[in-house]
Design a protein around this ligand. Structure first.
Ligand SMILES: NC(=O)c1ccc[n+]([C@@H]2O[C@H](COP(=O)([O-])OP(=O)(O)OC[C@H]3O[C@@H](n4cnc5c(N)ncnc54)[C@H](O)[C@@H]3O)[C@@H](O)[C@H]2O)c1
Length: 262
């Protein structure tokens, strides 16, 4: 008999994916819909997230939501709207992240940019994960949470606001996994390499550092995301980090930042 006839239970499971307007978040949200899971696509950009939901294989299962997750009020609205649209969230994916600009190195990044990065990556991730977990615990239901971290949780990126926020998120995964395991809520990290998805504009020469010989695509992440989210595949997996990078992390490829403007 086949091990994996169905990864999720469409009658019980419902998903929220942040950052679903672009790149990896969009690929994961669309993949969940293709598995028959009602999914809220959350993003700050109306046009991209509406298009992402509409171009899903089953648009009737895809609910676009627009708001700025740097705001606590917006996060609370997302929780309320998600409950109304798809019911209790059993699968939560946090992929939203503000744009990464090479000019925001340690001597240039503004307080506002620093704050925005932390607010979306860490604060929103924590608040949403905790509230969805509280709902699952109250209902005595299991669930699964996946945070998009980065190789730069452990290696400098010349973007200190980004790398520190991803390091915090990586530790948040471990903290939540340790606390929530007893309730059947699994929490894991997905760690992309260089994924040409828009949020990261890669120099094509980077491919020489990638053993599998090409930059990644958003679609390279979605199958692993679904496997980790699914308790059919990963029932005994929590607090873990899954690197999908074609082998890029076998090398450190970034030079120090350019400081011409000083
Ligand atoms: N692309 C890569 O190479 C790479 C590498 C490592 C980690 N990641 C992580 O993977 C995730 C997805 O990255 P990506 O490159 O696929 O796409 P991306 O960075 O373009 O996607 C992020 C999405 O988040 C949304 N967003 C930004 N600020 C928001 C806010 N305040 N409120 C709500 N939504 C907001 C954006 O509109 C965008 O659609 C990010 O968390 C990123 O840090 C990406």
């Amino acid at each position: 008999m086949s091990l994996f006839t169905q990864l999720f239970d469409p009658g019980r499971d419902a998903a929220l994916v942040t950052g679903a307007g672009n790149g990896i978040g969009r690929a994961i949200a669309q993949a969940l819909v293709s598995e028959g899971v009602r999914t809220v696509f959350a993003d700050v950009h109306r046009d991209t997230v509406s298009a992402a939901a509409a171009s899903s294989s089953r648009p009737e299962l895809a609910v676009p939501w627009i708001g700025d997750l740097a705001s606590r009020d917006a996060c609370d609205a997302l929780i309320t709207d998600t409950r109304a649209a798809v019911g209790r969230v059993t699968l939560f994916v946090h992929s939203a992240a503000p744009p990464r600009r090479e000019s925001d190195h340690a001597l240039a990044v503004t307080d506002e940019t620093w704050e925005q990065m932390r607010a979306v990556n860490v604060d929103a991730g924590f608040h949403l994960a905790r509230e969805f977990s509280r709902e699952l615990i109250a209902a005595r239901e299991p669930g699964s949470i996946l945070m998009l971290t980065s190789l730069h949780a452990a290696t400098p990126r010349n973007l200190p606001h980004y790398s520190t926020s991803k390091a915090a998120l990586a530790m948040l995964v471990k903290e939540l996994a340790k606390t929530l395991g007893r309730f059947g809520i699994r929490v894991n990290a997905l760690v992309p390499g260089a994924i040409a998805a828009g949020g990261f504009v890669a120099d094509p020469s980077l491919t020489r550092h990638i053993p599998l010989g090409r930059l990644g695509r958003s679609e390279d992440l979605a199958p692993m995301a679904l496997a980790v989210l699914s308790s059919k595949v990963s029932a005994y997996v929590t607090g873990a980090s899954f690197v999908v990078d074609g082998g890029l992390s076998l090398t450190n490829w970034f030079d120090p930042p350019v400081l011409d403007e000083l």
